[in-house]
Structures are given as C-alpha cells and as structure tokens.
Design a protein around this ligand. Structure first.
Ligand code: F6P
Length: 536
C-alpha cells in the first residue's frame, strides 16, 4: 500500500480543524457518511475531506480489492498460509446460490447442518430433548476464543429475545471459571456444548473433562446431555459424544468468524431458530451490500478506510469501540479478537516484512460507564485515540424511554466534546465566572482545557434486533477483511498464538514439579520456584 499522497495530505492538513470543515460545508454529515438499510455510519467528525477520501478510495483499486473480495466469496483459497478458503459468508447465504470449494457446492451441507441445529435447538427449548432429571434448565457452552466470544457477545446482545434455557459460558482454564459456573447448576438438567473447531484446545478439553466428571458424579448422563460443535468429527467421537449430537463445520470457517454456524448453537437455543435466522439474514444483507455498493457508499470499505487513515496514515496506535448499548458489553472483546487476531501481523502475504504499522489495539467498554472511567484520557491524554461510538435510535424498554434518551444524549455529547474541545480562553472565562482571579485563575483554567479536534465516528441503528446485530457483525468482519487486503496480509491465520501454546505445554511438567526448570531462563525458573514454595 503506497501512502505517499495520503501522507502529504496529512502533513498539509495537520492543523485542520474538524469543526471548520463543518462550518465550510453545511452538508458535511451527509457527504461523509455511508448507509445500507437502516444502518448508518457517520464519519464526518474526522479530518477526512474530499481529497483525503479520494486518495483513500484509490488504495482499494491499487490493492485489487474487488478481485480479492470476489475471490473470498467464491471460495478461492485466500488463506494461503493454511491453504484454505474463507467462507463464513456461506453460513449465512440463505437466499444465495451455490458456493463452491474445490468444485463442490458446499451449500447443501451448510443448509443441512443449519436444519439439524434448528431441530435440535427447538427440541431442547421445547423439552423433547431433555436430561436425566427433566427438561434442560441450563446450557453450558465450553469453548474459548472464537468458540466463545461470538456466542457470548450475541447471547447478551439478544437478551430481549431470550426465551430458552439459561445460558452459561465457560472459557478460561482457570478452574474458578468452571467451578463458579457449575456450582449453581443441576447436573441432571444441564446440557453441555463443547465447542472447539480443532477439539484439541487445552482449555476447552480440560473444562469439558471436568464438566463430564461433574455430571457423572451428580447423576447426569453425558451420553444424553453433551453435544459438540467442531470440525474434527473423529475427536468428538473419541470424547464419547454421539454422532447425532455433533454439529460439524468445515475448515474454511475461521474460529473468529464462526458464530454464524454451529458455534452459534447456544445462541439459537437461547433465542430460537427464527431469531437466529434473522441474525443470519442481517449478515447476508451486509454481504450483498459489500459485494454491490460503490466504494464510497460501501459501509465496510469506508469503515476500513477510516481505520487506515487513523492507524496507518496518522499513526494512532489504538482504537476505542464504545457501544452506548449495555447489551453490547462483550462486543469490544469480540472485536478485539476479530481485528487483532486477524490483522495483528508483521509479515505480508508474500513473506516480506510489513513496512506499515499492523492493525491497531482495539479496546472499549459500553457508555456511559466508560465516561466515568477512562474517557479522561481520551479527552485530555497526550495520545489521540480515534473513537467508534455505537447507539440505537431506540431501546427495547418502552417504559424506560427517558433512560434511552439520556443514553443517546451522552453518546452524542461525547463525540461533540471530542471534536469541539474547550479553548484556554473559554476555560479562563469559566474560572472568572466562578470568581477566580490572577495566578489561581490561570492555573485552574489550564487544567480545564480540552484540545478537541479528536476524531470519532458513530454507527447508528434503529434498535438492536437479531437482524441488526447480524448486519453489524458482518460489517466489522468485512472491514477487517478490507484492511487486511490493503495491508497485503493474510487476515485469516493466527500463527502468533502458537509459541505461547508450545511453551505452556513444555512448562506443564515443570509446574507440576516433575521436571526441573533448568532449561528455562532465570526469571521463569524463579517464578516456578516461587509457585512451588507457596503451594499447600
Ligand atoms: O488460540 C487461538 C485460537 O486458535 C483461535 O483462533 C480460536 O478461535 C481459539 O483458539 C479456539 O480454537 P478452537 O475452536 O479450535 O478450540
């Protein structure tokens, strides 16, 4: 990606006030926004102007984006380091045509598995499939990373539609997680779903074995009360999960892109198959938009280009995701994996070193909570942190519309405050109004200055329905894809997680006290010695 033009524009516009851009162009909000259906992204509160946008858009053609996009949708093996297609989009291709991998249409299998999921989910919800002690009151999903974050995020997001059994998610290998979860449950009326693409992930398999022992000890029956979600069918069988309770998916679905298929089974059990279908249709609608819309109107593309402008051109190292929607509590964590596992790479697809910064650190919390915690730094810290606000036009609680209006007002106030700031002159006036004078007025005023001109964008949606959630998730997936194409990296592998896993395996016997730590560095050996000394 050649950024010379953009770097020159950035230098020229270094002191460009965003507020002035609004003063000059009464229609700026309309010009610098993109929408599809009822979803809207407003990126007008950034320094992006017509020239910058044109230069950003030119990057798409330079990178051959439209070819790469079609390569993905049509099943080409674009995950080159793993030799795989990337077809999570097939999982939501409810109304589309065939999708081929190696000359074979994958859609019959996708739709067949989806239908099996629907039947299973509805039978669990209706009590036709039950535990030893009766219908299932609780479902525990055991998985980690992509086999956890997607369903956790979506279950919480769709709480108003949740009319199935209670859902619990266990991910951490820390025994505290499973112990605290199982303590409250009846082992004869709990369904356990073991979700792991590989069915080898140590955290998941350790937790699954613990849950199985708990169920047996408590009079439940794992053969009846366990289900599995995986692409390693041989391993699910070895674990003792009957074939009819196994929901498979192919290796062309990446873990962090897998919520649309069997990994979404707990969500379907929670909200029902119709609501889950609506979620899939939301994702599908975004796919159709992404494939058809011109770059300037294309939401994922424009979202990606705003990201490139802030990270690769201006060098801002992090990006805050700030949903003003309590039910999107886990969305920042979900986006963290989506963006950072996909685009946190230093090597380009061809093996050369990346000459540009990789994707940003993604983090965040729902508003308004964050306002009373870390927003201080966003407003007055020395680093600029581009913010991405999200908010619904209306909430799900008709009796609490005054809450929602406050929420919305706060969201809009934050992006306005970031842009507008407060000058020293204005701060002085405030102090004078409070009766301060002289040195004290000056000192106090300086603490109350907001530099302003801090960029943000806002995603608005009518209401957080299953369809809208599907649109939002697919929007961000494609955003990550576009950023990856422009950077020339493979967004679909994750070799960076391997080394730690290997070393954890080699440390197992050392931490158990069965092997000495001599092969380890001094720090690691000393930390192991500390742990061994302090063990009962
Ligand atoms: O360690 C990273 C990772 O491979 C993620 O990419 C993945 O989502 C997670 O582990 C869980 O993997 P699995 O579904 O195979 O258990």
């Amino acid at each position: 990606m050649k950024l010379d033009t953009l770097t020159a524009l950035a230098a020229e516009r270094k002191d460009q006030s965003i507020l002035d851009l609004f003063n000059k162009d009464g229609n700026r909000a309309g010009t610098f926004s993109a929408s599809t259906g009822d979803l809207l992204i407003d990126y007008s509160k950034t320094q992006i102007d017509e020239d910058i946008r044109a230069a950003l858009i030119a990057l798409c053609d330079d990178a051959g984006l439209s070819g790469r996009r079609e390569a993905m949708f049509s099943g080409a093996k674009i995950n080159e380091t793993e030799g795989r297609s990337v077809l999570h989009t097939a999982l939501r291709n409810l109304d589309g045509g065939p999708v081929e991998v190696d000359g074979l249409d994958v859609m019959p299998d996708v739709l067949d598995t989806l239908q099996r999921m629907r039947v299973f989910a509805e039978e669990v919800r209706g009590g036709a499939i039950s535990g030893v002690g009766g219908s299932f009151t609780d479902v525990v999903n055991i998985g980690i990373g992509g086999s956890d974050l997607g369903p956790v995020m979506a279950t919480l997001a769709l709480a108003p539609y949740h009319d199935g059994p209670r859902l619990h998610y266990v991910s951490n290998v820390d025994g505290a997680h499973i112990a605290d979860t199982l303590r409250q449950l009846d082992p004869t009326r709990t369904l356990v779903i073991v979700a792991s693409k590989t069915f080898t992930t140590i955290e998941t398999m350790t937790n699954a074995r613990t849950a199985r022992a708990w169920m047996v000890d408590g009079g439940g029956d794992p053969a009846r009360q366990f289900a599995a979600v995986s692409s390693a069918m041989d391993k699910t069988e070895d674990f003792g999960i009957p074939e009819q309770r196994v929901f498979g998916f192919a290796d062309w679905v990446g873990g962090r892109y897998s919520v649309w298929g069997p990994v979404g089974l707990p969500v379907m059990i929670a909200v029902g198959s119709n609501a889950f279908d609506a979620f899939l249709r939301g994702g599908q609608a975004m796919d159709v938009h992404f494939r058809a819309a011109d770059w300037v109107e294309n939401m994922p593309v424009m979202l990606a280009l705003v990201g490139i402008w802030h990270r690769q051109v201006l060098g801002h190292a992090s990006r805050a995701v700030l949903p003003y929607d309590q039910r999107l509590l886990r969305l920042p964590s979900y986006f963290q994996q989506l963006e950072m596992e996909s685009n946190g790479k230093s090597v380009a697809m061809d093996g050369s070193s990346l000459t540009l910064p990789s994707g940003p650190v993604v983090w965040g919390e729902p508003g308004t909570n964050g306002q009373h915690a870390f927003y201080q730094l966003i407003h007055q810290g020395t680093d600029v942190i581009p913010c991405e606000f999200m908010v619904a036009a209306e909430g799900h609680e008709p009796e609490l519309t005054h809450h929602h209006r406050l929420l919305l007002a706060n969201c809009l106030a934050q992006s306005e405050a970031l842009m507008r700031g407060r000058t020293l002159e204005e701060a002085r006036q405030r102090m004078a109004d409070k009766g301060l004078t002289g040195d004290e007025l000056e000192r106090q005023a300086r603490h109350r200055v907001f530099k302003g001109n801090r960029p943000s964008l806002t995603l608005m949606y009518p209401k957080l329905t299953p369809f809208v959630l599907g649109q939002i998730i697919a929007l961000y997936e494609h955003r990550v894809f576009v950023e990856g194409v422009l950077l020339g990296i493979n967004s679909f592998d994750q070799w960076g997680v391997e080394l730690g896993k290997e070393l954890a395996t080699s440390l197992g016997p050392i931490v158990d006290g069965e092997e000495k730590a001599d092969s380890k560095d001094g720090s690691t050996a000393a930390l192991v010695a500390y742990a061994l000394r302090h063990r009962d």
